[in-house]
Design a binder for this molecule. Structure first.
Ligand SMILES: Nc1ncnc2c1ncn2[C@@H]1O[C@H](COP(=O)(O)OP(=O)(O)OP(=O)(O)O)[C@@H](O)[C@H]1O
Ligand SMILES: [Mg+2]
Length: 386
């Protein structure tokens, strides 16, 4: 017989992913402790205990662990050595520190895919200072993708460069330290498969989503599910994502970002070991959301059904250009009077251009209708100075 869920969960990071994770757990009466650098963060008002401190501060992480039964993180930039140390002392960390260590370093991550025969774009590991000496002729075309091995997020730390600029020794004006030099894959469709694996080894994937990027700021503009790919491609993408998480021996929620090339090949771009932007729509559109699924995993419960109930479109609400500081959001009335539209506002006190301020999901039995409604609502929603 299961006791009421008295578990205390410690989340490293107090951003919107943590906020949505806590929201998913409200019906289950689970308690949360949060570590974040500032009280001005989306999770602050939800925390049973809030610890103010850097996510890289070993002592603060240990303080969080001391008052929590299970530790998780909602961002990759955390002190992984401490997570590993806590595991040796018997603390449960989901996903494990060893997995985060691989993922934190894009170079190590790419090597992992190669070693496990998981399809990924060809690459070499190099350094910003040495890149001009590398043989770039092995990569087709005149462009190459350069990725900082550590420290990047939301497309920052990734840049498409001309091979000629790299050969001219100009990379170290943009990058510092170890980099991945990766074959540029033109005309890709970007897909994401969210995979859940629990402590009992049960594994399930969510239906594939297709992402549409804003080319200027390199953030997801909107995404939709189900994706438009053929059954064959969907099966391939799904199999690749499941193989990757099985190879990692992962326990937790993982977003496997994939490229679909014009000739129908699926390649792994990267894996996020946490709930992901590409799974926000699961809150309203699926039987079990990515957040509830992570809750179940932390509580050592069976996984819920990942099936999609209704087609959905998720759109990020991004801080408008030219607006920084206190703000209000225009367009709420239109959103709230649209059937099947759901707003998630992240409770950030200040906006800046490109910052994720919230998102909205539109459900409609007709995906084309949902996309149309989303475009309209996006054109109305704006962060404006207060
Ligand atoms: N080899 C490639 N060929 C073509 N485009 C690429 C390639 N690698 C990355 N990109 C583009 O750059 C984007 C960001 O790359 P990547 O996902 O590796 O970086 P990131 O900083 O981790 O981003 P995010 O946090 O937004 O997921 C990809 O979503 C894709 O649009
Ligand atoms: Mg990415």
């Amino acid at each position: 017989m299961t006791q009421p869920f008295k578990l205390k969960i410690g989340i490293i990071g107090g951003g919107q992913l943590g906020k949505m994770l806590i929201e998913s757990a409200k019906p289950l009466n689970v308690e949360f402790n949060i570590l974040e650098a500032t009280t001005d963060c989306p999770c602050y008002s939800y925390a049973s205990t809030f610890i103010e401190g850097s996510l890289m501060d070993s002592e603060k992480i240990k303080e969080l662990a001391a008052i929590s039964d299970v530790i998780t993180y909602e961002i990759e930039h955390v002190d992984v050595a401490t997570l590993k140390e806590l595991e040796t002392l018997g603390k449960t960390v989901i996903p494990s520190g060893g997995i985060l260590e691989i993922i934190q370093d894009k170079g190590r991550q790419k090597q992992f895919y190669k070693q496990h025969n998981l399809a990924t774009a060809p690459f070499i590991l190099s350094d910003a200072d040495k890149a001009q000496n590398e043989d770039l002729s092995q990569f087709p075309g005149d462009k190459i993708v350069v990725k900082s091995c550590t420290g990047g997020y939301d497309g920052k730390g990734v840049s498409i460069q001309l091979k000629s600029n790299i050969k001219a020794g100009e990379l170290n004006t943009v990058f510092k330290g170890p980099v991945v030099l990766e074959s540029y894959v033109p005309d890709v469709t970007e897909l994401s498969v969210i995979v859940a694996r629990n402590r009992r080894g049960e594994i399930k994937s969510f239906p594939i989503v297709e992402m549409v990027f804003d080319p200027e700021i390199n953030l997801v503009d909107y995404l939709f599910a189900p994706s438009n790919v053929s059954k064959n491609v969907a099966d391939d993408a799904n199999a690749l994502a499941l193989s990757a998480i099985t190879a990692l021996d992962g326990v937790g929620i993982f977003a496997v970002e994939l490229f679909l090339t014009p000739n129908g090949e699926c390649l792994i771009n990267e894996i996020a070991p946490r709930p992901h932007n590409s799974g926000h729509h699961t809150i309203e559109a699926n039987y079990t959301s990515q957040y509830e699924q992570l809750m179940r995993i932390m509580l050592d419960l069976p996984l819920g059904s990942t099936d999609l109930i209704t087609p959905a479109v998720m759109t990020n609400i991004i801080g408008s250009n030219g607006v920084t500081g206190a703000y209000s959001l225009d367009g709420i009335d239109e959103l709230m009077s649209t059937q099947g539209a759901y707003l998630h506002w992240y409770n950030k006190s200040v906006t800046k251009p490109g910052r994720k301020m919230g998102h909205f999901t539109v459900l409609d039995t007709d995906l084309k209708e949902a996309i149309k409604k989303s475009h309209f609502l996006k054109s109305k929603l704006n962060t404006v100075p207060q």
